[in-house]
Ligand binder design. Structure first.
Ligand code: G6P
Length: 288
């Protein structure tokens, strides 16, 4: 297939690439970082600060093929998060992960690269994505309601944040928040201390507070903040969950924690006719 973006339209430092047959992407090269974006899924797959470790985990056995979601980077869950509310035949996490997104604009400024993509429509809803790749990564997913009735949308920016070893990592910023444990379907309160991980975790935390992932193995921290969000999903499949995932090596769970800016559960959003809602995540890697 020919690449959907003509090379003449790309600013310096951006290349049109084919990640796999039928999976077009863009590669970014900047003095401060390199990055890769898949147009399939509108999914940022990689961002690596110069001289540092990758910000995102991408499974070495991820499937890059039509109808499969790519395991890693920042999958976009839209216009529903998790299972569809009423139709079990609909795909988990919506339709955006398996749609081909179109490039609307790409520019370069002193901040870095600015990319705008248009995603799928679902009923009367449209999706678009704005990415800023610079010293930090900014991702913003906008839903617009073109219909005549109020629409309910849930969504997540499902970031797989890479860590040297999840057993030596901790997350701060969500202390004392209310949380729904999806594994046991129970509601509770997170501890007052830094969150350390000892087993499979799948929590919808009722907080959009900024948090920090401390990674002792790689001696770095990742600062994570969100906008348009009052819920954060924290997920690790751990060893027991990873073996059940066909598109991840059995030890893949050690190398990431998903910290997802979300509109999930009670934080689903009602979007009035003609209105839009933007869900954003900002990620910044620093030393310890
Ligand atoms: O395997 P996927 O469809 O990509 O979902 C991976 C995970 O995504 C989220 O974090 C959900 O809260 C989990 O319940 C789910 O297992």
């Amino acid at each position: 297939m020919s690449h959907p973006v003509h090379p003449d339209l790309l600013p310096a430092g951006v290349r049109a690439i084919e990640l796999a047959p039928g999976v077009p992407g863009l590669a970014f090269t900047h003095p401060a970082f390199t990055a890769t974006l898949s147009l399939y899924g509108g999914q940022l797959l990689g961002y690596t600060p110069h001289g540092g470790q990758a910000l995102f985990y991408l499974s070495p056995t991820a499937l890059l093929q039509p109808d499969k979601a790519i395991r890693g980077g920042v999958p976009l869950c839209w216009p529903w998060f998790g299972k569809h509310g009423s139709d079990a035949s609909q795909p988990q996490h919506g339709v955006a992960r398996t749609a081909l997104w179109a490039v609307n604009a790409i520019a370069r400024s002193e901040l870095g690269f600015h990319v705008k993509l248009n995603g799928p429509r679902h009923g009367e809803l449209s999706s678009s994505l704005s990415l800023v790749l610079g010293e930090a990564v900014d991702i913003a997913l906008t839903t617009r309601n073109h219909g005549k009735t109020v629409a309910t949308v849930s969504a997540a920016l499902h970031s797989y944040i890479a860590v040297g070893d999840i057993r030596q990592a901790s997350l701060t910023g969500l202390e004392n928040a209310s949380s729904h444990d999806k594994l046991t379907d129970t509601h509770g309160t997170l501890p007052a201390s830094p969150w350390r991980f000892h087993g499979p975790t799948d929590a919808v935390v009722a907080s959009g507070a900024a948090c920090t992932l401390h990674d002792a193995a790689w001696q770095r921290t990742v600062a994570i903040s969100s906008s348009g969000s009052a819920s954060t999903v924290v997920w690790t499949p751990w060893a027991s969950g990873a073996v059940a995932l066909a598109d991840m090596p059995d030890d893949g769970w050690q190398h990431f924690l998903c910290v997802e800016a979300a509109n999930a559960g009670a934080d689903s959003r009602q979007i009035a006719p003609g209105d839009s809602h933007t869900l954003g995540q900002h990620l910044h890697v620093t030393g310890v």
